[in-house]
Ligand binder design. Sequence first.
Ligand code: SF4
Length: 288
Amino acid sequence: MSDLTENQTKLSVFDHPRLSEYDRLVYPVVSRRAGGLSLGINLNPEKSCSYNCVYCQVDRTIKIEHLKLDLEQILSELDYWLKIIQKEGGRFQDQELKDISIAGDGEPTLKKILPNLIIRLIKKKEEYGLRNVKLILFTNGTNLTRPDLLDTFDSFTRNNGEIWFKLDSWDEAGYQKINRSSTPYAKLISNLVLVGNRYPVVLQSCFFSTNNQKVTPSGFQGYVQLINRLMGDGVKIKQIQVYTTARKPAESFVTPLSDVEMDDLHGYLSQRIDCEIMTTYAGGKKSS
Ligand code: SF4
């Protein structure tokens, strides 16, 4: 495999491009989210997703025809990067690898190879002595309870694996407005309840404005009720990550919340929900 250019590897937290700009299945990113170096795995190079979020930042007008999903190719790219990262005096010598993330330009749980990939990633962590490096599965949850995937979660979570579950709306109407999916909202919630009762989950919620209309926290009462209901139903929520849009969204009416709106929302949610709320502002600043 050929090397990436300096521009593609020397990314700063202020220069974090879209995944679609890469033409690899595995890519290094210095990210705000990880607080350091992360290796991302793109399981959706053809950009397939079970959602069609109004705020999606994946540019589906650009196709990377030569990039095909292949488990052995992913593992070979992973080896390539792990060797570079662990090389003494190498270009990543000052960066600690924080996580390996299964994400990309679509929904990873749609992919048949995902359970096998998880098993092989656990082995790779052992092989490279990466006990403290997290494995993160980013998902919108629509296909999270498929039996062959569920079977891997005991081992995944025992090996520092975390499920990061997208949850942007609190009813079917909001869900269809924001995420525009053919998966019923009730199915999504039942998936969350099933998995969240077994393993702690991180929730990721993207909130935004429509054409810069002012947003007030009282509009999020339904979200608070939903989260409290989920917790009452036994869902173990490790953290809620609230964020707003930072890059060009799919629909132009989607506009980011201001820092003041995010501050107000953070205060409102923190007072009403009994778990850690981590808020990321449009410019990348995080709540303390
Ligand atoms: S789930 Fe993610 S990739 Fe899919 S449409 Fe929504 S933001 Fe885009």
